[in-house]
Write a protein that binds this ligand. Structure first.
Ligand SMILES: Cc1ncc(C[n+]2csc(CCOP(=O)(O)OP(=O)(O)O)c2C)c(N)n1
Ligand SMILES: CC(=O)[C@@H](O)[C@H](O)COP(=O)(O)O
Ligand SMILES: [Mg+2]
Length: 590
């Protein structure tokens, strides 16, 4: 017995060892792997339910296929921890999602077994098909396997890829991991269809494999399943058969999210991700920006029955929970379908409704064309509540919301606002809601900031900033919660502090006045510096003939910021009081 009680798991250094096991050893390996996964993720925090649901599937895939030569891609990638543990990274699990530690998603640079980096959903089939076509072109006899959940399957790109795959002869295996869950329960036509096909995974038995060969089958993609996704003998036998079958194939497996941990099976929403179990008593958590948004949304809906609240499968994350319960007829979870969500909001607006689309900044990237083409170009009255705008911490670069400033300030008709605290959030959301045109309010992940200056008037006027402190030579122009960092160093610098509030249109009149009365303007934004609002302010100031003011722009540098804590990331980007002070000091010492 090894010291951790894991007879088999601890003896495996990689899939080659796994493939030397007898089939009858695999169920014990699954138990050991599941136990280690739970224990480890409770220590570090991270995604849990999805990984528990694919323990057997992961073992079977590495047992049957010759990974890494056979390419294995995990859609979204939040379920990849069992895969990482079995591919030589068990020892790194203690560093999961820590600064400098193991990534919480598949990462090509981390391992040859991570065939494709994921994080945003629904990319796996496209990538696997590309790899399969390349193998064919090179005459290489290898498989490309995409494991995609029922939630991820609802996104358009998944269907685009299936549509293409069904008409090309490439060795592609798509495994639909159907646990009837997204983060919240799956919604939409696909979910209904799949529910009609499968019984409860525990009621399925090994001869329940149904060769559907349905409509897609007649046109080039064979469909197998549904198969009980926790029954190792069935999984291994089925995968062996499919391995020998040429051409594009789809295997439908039925699993349970959170499998093997009773509380996670009972509440898969809550156990989608868990915080680390810390020995110290948890400090009272303050409401998050998303909580404050959710409260505002309910209050606004109470007084206006034209308001619709829309989320692309992120009810919990964006905190539309209360709204969904109180206003079910005006709550729309459109599944993982950001492109559809944006244009759908436009349709509502055309008919006089007041849609509010709550969407993470990083996921809005999926709907950028729709924002331009369907909303801004037609000047439709849609409010975008852009959540997770800024550095997000543990999830890392696939999830940072740092491109929305550069993206949206380039779009005519768009209004883009950045509240500095939770009181401002309410005021600015209301302003955006009342504004009759496309408006967006961006706010970060985590606990909502409290006002740093009291007794201010809250009247919000289009394109107008707020002077929080009058100083002399240096002016700090903060866009959003970085106001609090600016206030911390204002006295030491005897600086003027401006809460800019509006990114588009920004308060150009005030900037011109500041440029005439200060020698250094410093712009602060938690967004990509390249293409950011700081560049626009600098261009404007440097175009003023009557001013010699210099502009120091501070934002996220032109590189991807790795996973880790949000505070580490802000430090890396010098977007803390200390970092800003240091940058100003070195500029002054120039
Ligand atoms: C484009 C995009 N939108 C939203 C998300 C957030 N997200 C992460 S996991 C998830 C649910 C995925 O459901 P499914 O694919 O069924 O996987 P399961 O968690 O059930 O294993 C969502 C919506 C994402 N990662 N990417
Ligand atoms: C995997 C995925 O994309 C989501 O689970 C994401 O990690 C949620 O992020 P938050 O924790 O910021 O809600
Ligand atoms: Mg699912």
């Amino acid at each position: 017995m090894s010291d951790t009680g894991n007879n088999i798991l601890d003896l495996l250094s990689g899939p080659a060892d796994l493939r030397r096991l007898k089939r009858e050893q695999l169920p014990q390996l699954a138990d050991e792997l599941r136990g280690f996964l739970i224990e480890s993720v409770y220590q570090t925090g991270g995604h849990l339910g999805a990984g528990l649901g694919v323990v057997e599937l992961t073992i079977a895939l590495h047992y049957v296929f010759n990974t890494p030569e056979d390419r294995l891609i995990w859609d979204v990638g939040h379920q990849c921890y069992p895969h990482k543990i079995l591919t030589g990274r068990k020892g790194q699990m203690a560093t999961l999602r820590h600064t400098g530690g193991m990534c919480g998603f598949p990462l090509r640079e981390e391992s040859e077994y991570d065939a494709f980096g994921t994080g945003h959903s629904s990319t796996s089939i496209s990538a696997a098909l590309g790899m399969a076509m390349a193998a064919s072109a090179k005459g290489e006899n290898r498989q490309a396997i995409a494991v995609i959940g029922d939630g991820a399957m609802t996104a358009g790109q998944a269907f685009e890829a299936l549509n293409h795959a069904a008409c090309v002869q490439a060795n592609l295996l798509v495994i639909l991991n159907d646990n009837d869950m997204s983060i919240s329960p799956s919604v939409g036509m696909l979910a209904k269809y799949l529910r009609g096909l499968q019984s409860d995974v525990d009621e399925m038995d090994s001869d329940s494999v149904v060769h559907l060969d349905g409509s897609l089958g007649e046109r080039g993609m064979s469909i197998t399943g549904p198969v009980p996704g926790h029954h190792l003998p069935t999984l291994v036998d089925t995968l062996q058969k499919l391995k020998e079958k040429l051409g594009p194939k789809l295997l439908h497996v039925v699993t349970r999210k959170g499998r093997g941990l009773s509380e996670a099976e009972a509440d898969p929403v809550r156990y989608h991700a868990v915080s680390k179990v810390s020995s110290s008593t948890p400090k009272d958590k303050r409401p998050t920006w998303a909580n404050r948004f959710g409260q505002w949304l309910c209050a606004a809906a109470e007084s206006d029955d034209r308001l619709f609240g829309i989320t692309p499968a992120m009810r919990e994350g964006s905190d539309l929970i209360q709204f969904s319960e109180r206003f079910p007829s005006r709550y729309c979870d459109v599944a993982i379908a950001e492109q559809h969500a944006v244009t759908f909001a436009g349709g509502l607006a055309c008919e006089g409704m007041k849609p509010v689309l709550a969407i993470y900044s990083t996921f809005l990237q999926r709907g950028y064309d729709q924002l331009i083409h369907d909303i801004a170009l037609q000047n439709l009255d849609v409010l975008f509540a852009i959540d997770r705008a800024g550095l997000v911490g543990d999830d890392g670069p696939t999830h940072h919301g740092i491109f929305d400033i550069a993206a949206l300030r380039a779009v005519p008709n768009m209004v883009l606002m950045a509240p500095s605290d939770e009181v401002e959030l309410r005021q600015i959301l209301s302003f955006g809601y009342d504004y009759s045109g496309p408006a967006a309010v961006r706010y970060p992940r985590g606990e909502a900031s409290l006002p740093v200056v009291s007794g201010l008037d809250f009247l919000v006027e289009l394109g107008k900033a707020r002077v929080l402190r009058q100083g002399d030579n240096i002016a700090l122009l903060a866009f959003g919660p970085l106001v609090s960092e600016a206030i911390k160093i204002a006295e030491q610098l005897s600086a003027t502090v401006i809460d800019m509030r509006f990114i588009k249109p920004y308060d150009q009149t005030l900037v011109a006045e500041l440029a005439a009365s200060h020698s250094l303007l410093v712009t602060l934004e938690e967004g990509a510096a390249k293409g950011g609002i700081g560049e626009e302010v600098a261009n404007f100031v440097h175009s003023l003939e009557e001013s010699n003011a210099q502009v120091l722009t501070m934002g996220v540098p032109d590189r991807f910021i790795p996973h880790g804590s949000r505070s580490d990331q802000l430090n890396q980007c010098h977007l803390t009081a200390e970092g800003i002070l240091e940058a100003i000091t070195s500029r002054l010492e120039g």
